[in-house]
Ligand binder design. Sequence first.
Ligand SMILES: NC(=O)C1=CN([C@@H]2O[C@H](COP(=O)(O)OP(=O)(O)OC[C@H]3O[C@@H](n4cnc5c(N)ncnc54)[C@H](O)[C@@H]3O)[C@@H](O)[C@H]2O)C=CC1
Ligand SMILES: O=C(O)/C=C/C=C(\O)C(=O)O
Length: 486
Amino acid sequence: MPDNTTVGGVSVDTRHWIGGERVASVETFADSSPIDGSVLGEISRGTPKEVAAAVAAAKAAFPAWAGTARAERARVLHAIADGVEKRLEELATVETHDNGALLRSHRRGVMPRVAHNFRFFADWLVKLDHEDFETRGHTNHVSWDPAGPSVLITPWNAPLMLATWKVAPALAAGNTVILKPAEWSPLTASLLADIAAEAGLPAGVLNVVQGYGAEIGDALTSHPDVRRISFTGSVPTAQRIAASAAANLTPLSLELGGKSPLLVFADADLDLAVDLAVEQYDNAGQVCLAATRILVEEAVAHEFTRRFVEKASRLQQGDPRDEATDIGPNIHPRQLEKIDGFVRRAVEAGARAVIGGHRKEGQYYAPTLLTDVAEDSEIVQEEVFGPVLTLQTFADEGEAIRLANDTRFGLAATVATGDPERAERVTAQLVAGTVWVNCFFVRDLQAPFGGSRHSGVGREGGTWSFDFYCDVKNTVTAPKGWADHG
Ligand SMILES: NC(=O)C1=CN([C@@H]2O[C@H](COP(=O)(O)OP(=O)(O)OC[C@H]3O[C@@H](n4cnc5c(N)ncnc54)[C@H](O)[C@@H]3O)[C@@H](O)[C@H]2O)C=CC1
Ligand SMILES: O=C(O)/C=C/C=C(\O)C(=O)O
């Protein structure tokens, strides 16, 4: 089997990256493009043997990297960001072929954010501090000690963006990393390994193991030398990971699904509310934060729906490499089948497709809006992860809040209202890790990011990331060397 493949003119190594070397597995798996189903490459299919080698490499590299001065770690992270920026066009091209998201988004939004992830955590590391404080004359000093080898398991909907959201703070914290990218989008993780090596990251500090989660997940998450596990993906997989990590009580960060509401009050700017609603089709609906449950006040529901249909009908669906495309394909035939199953069952149960409601040629699903959906129905309660929105109406503020919170998830919520007092009242009662008022997807790495309920465990971003990736220590020193037993 060849060791590399060429995607959109870019050469990508298809082997693992372990201890600063390329390592091939005996078997491979085929990685296909959602654009046309073509096989992009044969990727090394990891086994517990490669997992053990990667953890051993990360363990061996840990003491030196943890002992590297903060300023030097930050310098290497900035050098990785430089490498990402230098290869931005290549990364964008490969990612679009691999996961089908828009090339224009990768070029202008996503890949610049990848570089920013490294710069941000490098800079945050340098200023990470907690003011010393006194207790009966004793000094308390808080430090963030590197925790050790960290397993990072990442999804396919924003592969490099979501991977580097974990890789950057883990490396900044002084940890070593074993990254396991999703098997449906394995390529940019391999390019990241090249970029990190070129930037001077020592061998073994970042390792990439390719393969199926079902085959190597347990080996990764039950390994006794792993000190942290960070995962983004589905709830059932998170439950398996948590059970496997329980044997060693390995700390977990879980960023999971959502079924977030968009509340549209009659006093809202209706055009803005429609813009916010149509934005939920971004990335073909494969966004954990997407507000897929649209809740509209009865008085404006008819007009909202009319304007929504008018705007959504203008969306261009097609090849994600085309600048004019708004919605690309879904990631995999299995995901498409899953989306279609949700919609078919909803329609059988009485839902009405105001737009869409069907597959299109290739790996595309028509942007869909379903009305006449019951509050406790599958389509309202379960994450679809496709371009499928539901619309429910409410009579008053109380009902809006009740409907918004009637979910096992709690990742995000968006409120459209022209009344600042209402905004304050409503947001205070919503169960969600992030709430937006009259805006959507305004993201800042300083902010805590994560979900309540089944949407996750813990928060990432700013100091929250360092709290997770470090062993936070408080050192209490007696005055003038005297011990105080009082
Ligand atoms: N929160 C989010 O951003 C995401 C949510 N999802 C949700 O999950 C649904 C299913 O998508 P999948 O790709 O099947 O998600 P998944 O949760 O199974 O996959 C995410 C990652 O977990 C890994 N994985 C799978 N089984 C594992 C195991 N036993 N141990 C350790 N790692 C394992 C996969 O290899 C991949 O890297 C989607 O329809 C969507 O609802 C999927 C991806 C991202
Ligand atoms: O881009 C962000 O800030 C967050 C994205 C999160 C997802 O898309 C996800 O985890 O699915």
